[in-house]
Design a protein around this ligand. Structure first.
Ligand code: ADP
Length: 452
């Protein structure tokens, strides 16, 4: 029933009974009295409805009621419920969006127009060394104090990024970040309302770039040296009247240089192949007995061609604790890595010294290949850098013996590709030990042993 109907009913309820009982005049008063009662009742219902709305504002549920005010209450309840649902949905969407940003590998910060932090993902907090909760509403420049960053914010030119070091960055453990701000949101009287800040860690990237530059410089240097020598000899041969003995000496030296370039190019190709190819499969087998035999043969052949004064030579000792095992992996790579260590031991151990090569199974079923020499040894400060490309302790010694400075780098790559580990220990004056281990999964008891 709508309000006009109830109003009319109230009027009639006062008016109609009075006509037969009294007179028309009384009936009019009766009708007016009915209207007054209706007004009081309607005002009371209205105040009830108003109270319901106040309760709803305070978060209390709306009560069921009848009549027209009840219908109105129903409608308000429906509107409130729809509003609540929409609010929940948009809140959920916001949470999903924030979770997506949370998962970003880069740091993301939302700043207000005054560069105060409004929100920050975990990566951003970790990179900038902030607390994602505690530091909300703090000025970013109070927390990130690198001068480059402060200047960047002050200048307000966000068309490019800024690179700076974090507070915890040290010379041994540098941590460099790249940050860029982007304006977003609506402008209020020309001023930008918000700023999006993206941060990423570029330490590894810069390191890789520096290594790449060093590598190119090193390769150029390594190739230029023999090339210069070669072109010098060619010029000499072209311009000077040389006797046969001199000619053959120069040609010998030229061959040495071209050999050096060949070794360098071959090692570089090996390295790039190792980096580009997937981890070796477990299909191919290399019997350890065959490996040790081949290594010994090569070592003895090398000793013969080595120009050792007074024909003195090294004491070579090969020991293979386990004969009937196969190594699972790339046979060529494993042979080249182990042979590299044996050759190094021979090259860096003075004549008369000893070189012991051993292969054994460790208690945890890993296999260990080790080369122990009695050479001059290596100072501790060089040990961590030995596997870097072109790193040499004694440059001239390495060159004299035909080294490229890439050998140990290749060994490390091969070992790591097979899931193993290269360990170097050395003592000045007492010699060095180069050993690599391969995981148990790369070792297989060969059929010969099983048959026995
Ligand atoms: P290179 O071709 O110069 O031998 P490597 O990568 O094989 O390059 O070795 C790097 C450096 O490690 C060598 O230049 C040498 O100074 C040092 N080195 C390697 N093996 C030995 C060893 N057995 N004894 C002493 N020094 C070694």
């Amino acid at each position: 029933m709508n309000r006009i109907t109830t109003f009319f009913i109230a009027f009639c309820a006062g008016f109609l009974p009075a006509i037969p009982l009294f007179s028309l005049k009384f009936a009019v008063w009766g009708g007016l009295a009915g209207i007054v009662v209706w007004l009081v009742w309607d005002s009371w219902r209205f105040s009830q409805f108003d109270q319901q709305l106040r309760n709803a504002q305070a978060g209390l549920p709306l009560q069921e009621s009848s009549g027209m005010w009840g219908q109105l209450t129903q409608r308000v309840r429906h509107l409130l419920r729809t509003g609540d649902q929409q609010l929940q949905q948009s809140d959920q969407r916001l949470q999903d969006f924030l979770s997506a940003i949370q998962a970003s590998p880069n740091g993301v910060l939302l700043l207000d127009a005054d560069t105060r932090i409004e929100w920050c993902n975990q990566t951003g907090a970790q990179l900038l060394e902030l607390d994602a909760q505690r530091d909300v509403l703090q000025h970013i420049t109070n927390l990130v104090r690198a001068p480059e960053f402060s200047e960047y914010i002050q200048l307000g030119d966000f068309s490019h990024d800024v690179v700076f070091e974090t507070a915890s960055s040290t010379a041994q453990h540098p941590k460099r970040l790249s940050a860029q701000l982007h304006r977003y949101g609506s402008s209020v009287q020309g001023s930008v309302s918000r700023l999006l800040m993206l941060v990423r860690d570029i330490t590894a990237l810069e390191l890789a770039e520096a290594q790449r530059r060093d590598f190119v410089a090193n390769v150029s240097h390594e190739i230029r040296t023999p090339l210069t020598v070669l072109s010098g000899f060619v010029e000499t041969l072209q311009n000077l009247p040389l006797d046969e003995a001199q000619r053959s000496r120069y040609l010998g030296l030229m061959q040495e240089q071209s050999q050096r370039m060949q070794s360098l190019v071959s090692d570089l190709l090996t390295l790039s192949r190792l980096e580009a190819s997937p981890a070796p499969s477990y299909e191919a087998r290399l019997p350890v007995a065959q490996l040790m035999m081949q290594l010994e043969r090569d070592a003895r052949a090398m000793m013969q061609v080595m120009d050792l004064p007074g024909n003195s030579t090294h004491r070579l000792h090969f020991e293979c604790e386990v004969q009937h095992f196969d190594l699972l992996g790339d046979a060529v790579e494993l042979l080249s890595a182990s042979s590299n260590l044996v050759q190094n031991a021979l090259r860096y151990t003075p004549p008369g010294g000893s070189v012991d090569v051993s292969l054994r199974i460790l208690p945890d079923d890993r296999v260990e290949f080790a080369v122990q020499d009695s050479g001059a040894g290596i100072a501790p400060e060089h040990l961590p850098r030995l596997t870097e490309r072109f790193y040499r302790v004694d440059r001239s010694r390495s060159r004299e013996s035909g080294g490229t400075g890439l050998g140990l780098s290749i060994v490390k790559h091969v070992v790591q590709r097979h899931g193993g580990e290269l360990r170097i220990s050395s003592e000045i004056g007492r010699g060095s030990r180069f050993a690599f281990t391969l995981p148990a999964s790369r070792v297989l008891i060969s059929e010969m042993r099983l048959a026995a």
